[in-house]
Write a protein that binds this ligand. Structure first.
Ligand code: NCD
Length: 348
């Protein structure tokens, strides 16, 4: 399938060859993400980055990705500064922005709203998260992360075991990643959450129908053994009625250094879409893991720029032209981004 001019609204629109094509383009763009080369293949193009819900890395990495390919970005954040607060319909806003920009990225708190916005538009729209629905670009960058971490370890996605921990009910990153992994073969899913935060039954059923193995656990002590990847998520308090209610989430679900040492295989990859909730009592991924090379969360966030560049290059049909627009960067560039980065994460 060609992505040229197409919206990216759900992982369900991709086949496995589509994923592999995106991965190949992302790999070509790696030297740009690593700042060895500049690329101006999107010179003259404009992207509208519309975020109606809180975001740091998704908004900035979409912006960075488009800019690193030589394009310009217009941003709008929140409802307050948008004409939607004057009663404008999504449809009217959509038609207007399509007249201004070559690509549109949108995050919105209501499930289905980005698809409603994109309906009938001839300018590609990328869903950057719609309520508890989907977050396709996150799943694609998670796929890129698992593939590159596994390449180092000599593992394959087919046949792997992944433990998913946290708010599996409201977490759209979990929903999109499960839909993506469904396209592979023979995956074992360990879902670790209290009943009130369990993954939707229809999602579990669709994984089973596709031939995967689904197991549910009520603690990480039982859910971590045998896992190649653990994917932790934040409790989505803003989507839970009563807000602060943790719905049975306790210390038993917390992934920290002790839990990883006691229950997980030595080479487990630890992922999280971020942000992690560092407030006391949140029981999110612990910071005592930060010195472990297994912790892939910052490499995962870095991969967001690479994968989003690939998405733009394909949606605007310039991916075959990329190398012609590479220019060696002669200025300063870091060999790694931080002192805490693992030794294998160096850019030469
Ligand atoms: C997630 C999101 O917004 O869905 N973050 C992200 O995009 N990287 C996860 C979250 O908010 O917990």
């Amino acid at each position: 399938m060609s992505l040229a001019g197409r919206h990216i609204l759900s992982i369900d629109q991709f086949t496995r060859p589509d994923l592999e094509a995106l991965l190949a383009v992302a790999q070509t763009l790696e030297p740009v993400a690593r700042r060895q080369y500049r690329c101006n293949v999107l010179d003259g193009a404009v992207m509208a980055n519309l975020f109606f819900e809180a975001s740091t890395r998704t908004r900035i990495s979409f912006h960075t990705a488009f800019s690193r390919l030589g394009g310009r970005v217009c941003d709008t954040t929140g409802f307050t500064f948008s004409s939607i607060s004057k009663g404008e319909s999504l449809e009217d806003t959509a038609r207007v922005i399509a007249g201004y920009a070559d690509a549109i990225v949108m995050r919105h708190p209501e499930t289905g709203s980005v698809a409603q916005f994109a309906k009938g538009l001839r300018v590609p729209v990328i869903n950057a998260g719609d309520g508890t629905g989907e977050h396709p670009s996150q799943a694609l960058l998670d796929y890129y992360t698992i593939s590159s971490e596994f390449a180092r370890l000599g593992k394959t996605i087919d046949g792997m075991t992944i433990a998913m921990v946290g708010d599996l009910k409201h977490g759209r990153t979990i929903h999109s990643l499960c839909r993506l992994l469904r396209l592979f073969r023979n995956i074992t899913f360990h879902f670790v959450a209290p009943p009130a935060l369990a993954a939707p039954q229809e999602l579990l059923d669709s994984l089973k129908t596709a031939g995967h193995h689904v197991r549910e656990f009520d603690s990480i002590a039982s859910g971590l053994p045998g896992a190649d990847v653990v994917y932790a998520t934040r409790i989505q308090r803003e989507r839970i009625e009563g807000g602060e209610e943790m719905e049975g989430y306790s210390e038993d679900y917390r992934i920290n250094h002790t839990a990883i040492t006691e229950y997980a295989p030595k080479d487990i990859i630890i992922m999280h879409p971020l942000p992690r909730d560092s407030r006391p009592g949140a029981f999110d991924l612990a910071t005592d893991l930060d010195t472990l090379p297994n912790l892939a969360i910052f490499r995962q966030a870095d991969n967001g720029v690479t994968m989003r560049m690939a998405m733009f290059a394909m949606a605007l049909d310039v991916h075959k032209d990329i190398d012609r627009h590479f220019h060696k960067w002669e200025g300063y560039r870091p060999r790694r981004y931080s002192d805490s980065d693992a030794d294998f994460y160096q850019f030469d």
